[in-house]
Structures are given as structure tokens and as C-alpha cells.
Design a protein around this ligand. Structure first.
Ligand SMILES: O=C(O)CCC(=O)C(=O)O
Length: 257
């Protein structure tokens, strides 16, 4: 669907007010569908090397900024860009390209938010300054551990406390997104991964876009962009990825500026 088909200001308002939107079928099914076998192989290799890093049978994995994962339809999607511009202004950076995957045998994660608060001592919640793009590599079902969200304003709670206790009393939902769907959410929306009781892993890709002044603390998750891909970017894309690193052909990592 082209960007003209969407009511961009209304979608931006929905994220401002409710904390998330789902853009059904935004990406061609074949696009992310074709990533699955490569993803499975990468994660299998990681599982062989490293322990689980997000609780029982659950893995966070950074993605290589290369084919088949790093495709412009995903990281520079015109509809997503239009919504981001409404929410974040014209200086948008992208600083995270990774995945979350529960395997059968995973458990509930603690309810959490995904990013630092810019004014942690303030009694007021800040407007949206960061947006997570999630897209699944398999259809989410009730069984395979869908992401659970507490929308409707949790992202605007200025000083989130007692998330476990409070969320137990509050309505939540588990959107059953399908391959090709895109979930855009404020990272402050309370959420958790749920147990995968299915028969295979349930990968969810994640990109994070933010206002130009927002920084991730963890430099280890910096996106590493191969030199030839970096050189192929226009000025707008180089600006959006300016806090990432460039990876030279010999593996050396350099700052972009
Ligand atoms: O289950 C997911 O896709 C997201 C999990 C998550 O929120 C996390 O690991 O921080």
C-alpha cells in the first residue's frame, strides 16, 4: 500500500494517545518471509555459542546490516517515515536493528519499558521521542508467545513504578500480528514477552528510531553498516544512521563522522 492510502496524522495521533499502531500488510509477505531461514541459521549459531540473554529460552540478537535483513523497504519505509516525521520531527535517527525470539519453553518476561526516560524526576510524561518498529518473521498466535502490551497511556506515566503489580490490574492485549504487518510502538508502553507453547521459535525484528538528540547507552548494540552500503546511502540516510558505525571490508569498525 502506498503512503497516500494512510491517514498519517491520525496514525501519529494514535501512537501519541494509545502508544501503538499496527500497519497490516505494510511489507510484502515475501520480503520478511524470505528472511526466516537465514535468521534461523544465525540464531542457531548464536545459541550454540552463547547463553540465553533474555530469560529462559529467549534471545535478543543484533542483526547484520546486510541482505537479506537490511532492505530499504524495511529500514526506510515511506509510510513509516511519514509517521515518524509527524511524531519525531525532521531529524530522525535509527540506532537499533535487532530481534527478540522466544523458543518453546520460554516464560513470561517481567513487565518492562525499553528505554531511558529523558526527564526521570519530572511529574509529567514527555511526548513521543522514540518509536520501535517490530515486524514478525512468523505469524504470531496465542500459542507461540505473542508480545503483550499495556496500551492506552502507560507510555505517558512519568515515573513508572510497580509495573508487575499495577499491570496485573490493568487491561492488556496481545496483538496477533502476521508476516508483513508492522507494529509501531512507543518504547515506554509497558510490555512483556509471553511463554512460547508452540512448536518453533517466534522471531520478531526490532528497529528503533528516535529524535536526533536521544542516545542509547549501550554502544555494543550500535548498528554496524558495511562501507559499501554506507556509500550507497543518500545524505538523508547517512544523517539518519549517523550514530551507527561503519564496518570496513577488513572488519575494522569506525565512527561515521
Ligand atoms: O517478545 C518480544 O518480541 C519482545 C520481548 C521484549 O520486550 C524484550 O526482550 O525486551
Amino acid at each position: 500500500m502506498t503512503v497516500e492510502r494512510y491517514d498519517i496524522p491520525a496514525l501519529a495521533d494514535e501512537i501519541r494517545m494509545n502508544g501503538f499502531v499496527i500497519l497490516e500488510g505494510l511489507l510484502p509477505k515475501e520480503l520478511t518471509g524470505s528472511m526466516l531461514s537465514h535468521f534461523d541459521a544465525l540464531l542457531e549459531a548464536k545459541r550454540g555459542r552463547e547463553p540465553q540473554n533474555r530469560g529462559a529460552n529467549r534471545f535478543q540478537m543484533d542483526l547484520p546490516f546486510d541482505l537479506p535483513f537490511a532492505v530499504p523497504e524495511l529500514y526506510a519505509n515511506p509510510t513509516v517515515f511519514a509517521i515518524l516525521k509527524e511524531l519525531l520531527g525532521s531529524d530522525v535517527i535509527c540506532s537499533y536493528f535487532a530481534s527478540d525470539t522466544p523458543f518453546p519453553g520460554s516464560e513470561h518476561q517481567p513487565v518492562h519499558v525499553d528505554c531511558r526516560l529523558p526527564f526521570p524526576e519530572s511529574p509529567f510524561g514527555a511526548p513521543v521521542y522514540s518509536v520501535v518498529l517490530n515486524t514478525p518473521l512468523v505469524d504470531f498466535t496465542e500459542e507461540n508467545g505473542p508480545l503483550e502490551l499495556w496500551p492506552g497511556g502507560t507510555h505517558m506515566i512519568a515515573q513508572p513504578r510497580n509495573l508487575e503489580k499495577m499491570s496485573a490490574e490493568m487491561p492488556s492485549l496481545k496483538p496477533l500480528v502476521k508476516v508483513g504487518d508492522v507494529l509501531l510502538r512507543d518504547p515506554r508502553v509497558w510490555h512483556r514477552g509471553t511463554p512460547n507453547r508452540g512448536v518453533r521459535s517466534r522471531p520478531n525484528l526490532a528497529l528503533v528510531y528516535s529524535r536526533g538528540w536521544f542516545r542509547f547507552e549501550d554502544q555494543a548494540t550500535r548498528i554496524k553498516i558495511p562501507r559499501d552500503v554506507w556509500e550507497s546511502f543518500d545524505r538523508q540516510l547517512q544523517r539518519m544512521f549517523r550514530y551507527c558505525a561503519i564496518q570496513e571490508a577488513d572488519g575494522t569498525i569506525r565512527d561515521t563522522q
